[in-house]
Write a protein that binds this ligand. Structure first.
Ligand code: URA
Length: 189
């Protein structure tokens, strides 16, 4: 199996799909490579493409603020990555072909990290990692367990910026994530 450095180098020079032609940076992932908790978004936006880090734009700031409320910090106890590692032009949804080309990197990241808990940020990540007709409005906050890993999804932070009315439901989901972390994780949060 690859190690983190080898995987990252391979990903940074990837040419598996056309997003390689328009990217500024590959956004591999960030956070702790021994974390028990992993967050997965859909793909880099403008700021992420410029800086090479996931979730550093307005949505990312909101996400960091929300996660700090349940004791989660990317420089301390979680890892964060995306389904596709390069920005889709004009922030359109990543195409299935682009997701197919890229998903192997995320699978390898998951295999190296071996998280206890994976939280999908938004529908696209949930479609890929939980099931393929996932309805985020109906299913967010629900848990499924597969191969010893607990999966859930919450609204994407961009959706919370667009529609603050969704925030109370997301705070309930965050409380459920905190409770699940306390059940299944070894470290204290
Ligand atoms: N949206 C995502 O899904 N991922 C990012 O990294 C940034 C915005």
């Amino acid at each position: 199996m690859a190690d983190w450095e080898e995987l990252e180098q391979r990903c940074l020079s990837c040419q598996r799909c056309a997003l390689a032609d328009t990217r500024t940076h590959v956004v591999f992932g960030a956070g702790q490579r021994d974390a028990e908790v992993m967050f997965v978004g859909e793909g880099p936006g403008e700021q992420e493409d410029l800086q090479g880090e996931p979730f550093v734009g307005r949505g990312g700031q909101l996400l960091d603020e929300m996660l700090s409320l349940i004791g989660l910090y990317r420089d301390k106890n979680f890892y964060i990555a995306n389904i596709v590692k390069c920005r889709p032009p004009r922030n359109r949804d990543p195409l299935n072909t682009e997701q197919d080309a890229c998903i192997g990197y995320l699978r390898e990241q998951i295999a190296l990290l071996r998280p206890k808990l994976i939280v999908c940020l938004g529908r696209i990540a949930a479609n890929r990692l939980i099931h393929d007709d996932y309805k985020i409005t109906r299913e967010h906050g629900q848990w499924v367990e597969r191969n010893g890993v607990c999966y859930t999804a919450i609204y994407h932070p961009a959706a919370l910026l667009r529609d603050p009315g969704k925030r109370p439901e997301t705070f309930a989901d965050l409380r459920s994530i905190r409770a699940r972390i306390r059940q299944v994780c070894d470290h204290t949060y």
